[in-house]
Write a protein that binds this ligand. Sequence first.
Ligand SMILES: [Ca+2]
Length: 445
Amino acid sequence: MKTLKKLLVAAAAALLVSPAAQVSAAPPAYFVDEAKLPFTALPGAQALWGVHNGAGYRIEVPSNWNGKLVMWAHGYRGTGLELTVDNHPLRAFLVASGYAWAASSYSKNDYDPAQGAKDTHALTQRFNGLVGKPSHVYITGASMGGHVTGIVAEQWPKSYVGAMPVCGVLGDYELFDFFLDFNVAAQTLSGVGRTFPYGADYLTTTVPATKAGLGPAFPFALNANGQNFKNLVQLRSGGVRPLFEQGWLFWNAVAGDFLFGLGVGNGTLPRAPGFVLQNSDVVYQFDTNPALTAAENLFNQTVQRVTADPQARRNNGIANVPPTTGDLRIPTLTLHTLGDLFVPFHMEQEYARRVAAKGNAHNLVQRATRDYGHCTFTGPELVQTFTDLVKWVELGIKPAGDDVLDPAAVAHPNFGCTYTDKVSPRQWNTVPGLAFLTPPSCPAN
Ligand SMILES: [Ca+2]
């Protein structure tokens, strides 16, 4: 568990830390270590690799290629300078089924989904010259790569037949707003009252005092303010739902101060001109009744409010950090774990609202799975999702999904059971110390 904790804390520390001094400094010197690009093709397939427009890439083409290409968009890699490329997580299935796949390292790191979208699309075009023009191209990706997938699907609908964003940052800036919600709410409710942006001693001094103010043993034993905080976090991250309890304990106990660590940045993103965070428009709740109790009123009056720079969140095509607009013209099937508090389930709800507002709800099907992790899908879950997307695109058989916008459906104890793989072992089955996070079982199929 130490390794997992270390990884999470490193990711947290790296995220959203963009000192203002960097703005005037020279652009980061990103590089690809070409010695790390070669990989061994699966039996009967051909492996290609190289550098295109400053981004490393890998391509794998089975000898019995079915003419179809599946692009892979990777997630956030931190702010380091080395650019690295993934194999597609469904590589074995794809190659065995005749699909080629291709993945780009992107030519930049940091939270820059615009660059990821441009480099991924450039690789799609490069594939034509290297291998041949595919009959169908699918765009798939995870986490920040889900944001990339959303951008690619909306920007170039004529080049892609279907999209599969998983655990995706489909609500773009709303994710960073959630990190703000978590941290300013904890400050206010704990009585520590330190205001954003936080000092250098945030994680060492402020956070321990904050947790002490929320109960005798945060996150396990909470006082009344701590319980209000937990409720607020649930409501801001997707609403009352199964797996929130396990997610709360995983992300606040097993992962240490991960969510507090996401509050240490200064509220800027690499391509956004200005401060991007906003909660000035939020009415916070401790319960599902829209009426405000005295405690909710007091909290709304006292919690720190910040407003984004209007330029920072302006839609400027793929020039800045592009929002997903809901202008979705191709079949898109998503997957998201219910207890994820790094990229929470409300990302799916935000995107569903945007897509519906643009009259494109018929192009979006969303599915929930029962896990507390971030992108912790099983192989069978990913294969099922991809297979159902292909059936939709190529056979016109629209897949069923979950109604992510119906709070009663989402709150049902069995929500997420339909598309959860109930056979493969999960982390709570394999790591004895995490057995306490075992969620309630689903009804047998
Ligand atoms: Ca209320």
